[in-house]
Design a protein around this ligand. Structure first.
Ligand code: DU
Ligand code: SF4
Length: 230
């Protein structure tokens, strides 16, 4: 499929009953008061960004009132405010804010996906949901193909999702499995032997950014470093 076809297919996935129920219940009834008059996407969040990207950012999952409302990755919540400001400072985004479709945001060199594409209760997908959705991550990796050079995960769930998806695709993954950490690095190889860097970054959630476990400078440093080949 093309990226557009893949995005269309993931947008109607109903493979995880608990997440389908949560994403639709929030969209119907559970809206935050400040967004009560807005239509909610209420579906899986498809990939977003440059179709010719050599760099993939893998987040955790849509926020109930963020991507689950706007339909675009990291759009309309505090995590996205932090991430897109950094992508703009480091030259990957044409503007620092991400409000919603039609705001003019475009990325160069980067594509963004979630490890789990439906909003989970308490931001906590189950192991079974993570395993089910890793199939979609694998399809996005397959489409980016050998032009993919680096994958940066925001958090451990994305890190483990990448290891699961690439193992299923027959990539060579180091053993023992590399451990997630901020600044952690590993090299994976596609079935054709093409190397892909895997880089870990603490997640951009308010839990990490308000406590300064992840600062703007820490994120900028990793984003700048993605441009190098080792
Ligand atoms: O309509 P389109 O050119 O296929 O772009 C769809 C969507 O993808 C647009 O909202 C911006 C984003 N995008 C991007 O971020 N970077 C690109 O190089 C091309 C498109
Ligand atoms: Fe489908 Fe992924 Fe959503 Fe599960 S989390 S319903 S696999 S898109």
């Amino acid at each position: 499929p093309t990226l557009a076809e893949l995005d269309a297919r993931v947008s109607v996935c109903r493979a995880c009953p608990r997440l389908v129920d949560w994403r639709e219940t929030v969209a119907r009834e559970g809206r935050r008061a400040s967004f009560a008059d807005q239509p909610y996407w209420g579906r899986p969040g498809p990939s977003f960004g440059d179709p010719d990207a050599d760099t993939l950012i893998v987040g955790l999952a849509p926020a109930a009132n963020g991507t689950n409302r706007t339909g675009r990755m990291f759009t309309g919540d505090a995590s996205g405010d932090f991430l897109y400001a950094a992508l703009h400072r480091t030259g990957y985004a044409n503007q620092p804010t991400s409000v919603g479709a039609g705001d003019g945001l475009a990325l160069t060199g980067i594509r963004i996906v979630a490890a789990v594409r439906c909003a989970p209760p308490a931001n906590a997908p189950t192991p079974a949901e993570r395993a089910t959705c890793a199939t979609w991550l694998g399809r996005d990796l397959d489409l980016l193909g050998d032009r993919l050079r680096v994958i940066m995960t925001l958090g451990e769930i994305g890190w483990k999702g990448v290891l699961a998806a690439t193992t299923s695709l027959g990539w060579t993954v180091p053993r023992p499995r590399p451990k997630f950490g901020h600044g952690a690095e590993a090299t994976l190889h596609t079935p054709t032997g093409h190397p892909v860097r895997l880089v870990g970054c603490y997640h951009v959630s308010p839990h990490n950014t308000y406590t300064k476990k992840l600062t703007p400078a820490m994120l900028d440093d990793l984003l700048e470093d993605l441009r190098s080949d080792d």
